[in-house]
Design a binder for this molecule. Sequence first.
Ligand SMILES: C[S@@+](CC[C@H](N)C(=O)[O-])C[C@H]1O[C@@H](n2cnc3c(N)ncnc32)[C@H](O)[C@@H]1O
Length: 222
Amino acid sequence: MTSDTGVMLHEFLRSPMQVGAVAPSSRRLAAAVTAPVPEAGDPVVVELGPRTGAFTGLIQELLGGRGHHVAVEINPRLAESLGRRFPRVEVFNAKAAQLPRLLAACGHGTADVVISGLPWVSLPGRVQHETLCAVRDVLPVDGAFTTFGYVHTMRLAPARRFRRMLGVNFEEVVAGRTVWGNLPPAFVYHSRRPRDIKPIGRLYGPGGDGCKCATTAGAGRC
Ligand SMILES: C[S@@+](CC[C@H](N)C(=O)[O-])C[C@H]1O[C@@H](n2cnc3c(N)ncnc32)[C@H](O)[C@@H]1O
């Protein structure tokens, strides 16, 4: 067992819903999820839920000292150890839904790319919604958002709700090929062109699983 797997297993046993998976993502999944990191310039790249850094190391390699890499991790032990391993990454021990405020605190109004390792399927509808709104709100029209899901959970209600929310919040959502070499097999959602959305009501609680929104494309449920 690698030390990363040991740390993850320990944190998974402490908080299975929040951590969401037992093993770190594979290099292949990391390559798919980090595809939108620009090859030139000084991009602002945000990473949500880095845990032990399965995507962090590759993002740092792709940036090669350029730009700004901000990571947001809710677990204080994981955030602290990630900050020590990757001194060039600005690590916040915070909720991903606080992203607009965190980015502002380090002098950035927007991000070029947001890469998520969050366990969307185990997050309550309210947290899914607030977090996705925070992501959408920090992305400019040409910004990109990538996240992954596991093949074995894609038909579960929270996974289908999350897919609907993606479609409400982004004009373009494309599911990539299954990464069979990942444990468990996973796929990446590539989302672009965040919509201009104004919330018009909440539908949480019994009978509701999201939020009513007005978008440029009409009213929807996100
Ligand atoms: C499935 S792990 C992904 C880790 C890594 N990116 C990978 O793919 O191996 C999910 C991570 O998201 C963190 N997390 C869960 N909810 C969060 C939230 N609301 N805000 C920030 N981080 C969160 C967990 O603590 C955990 O480190």
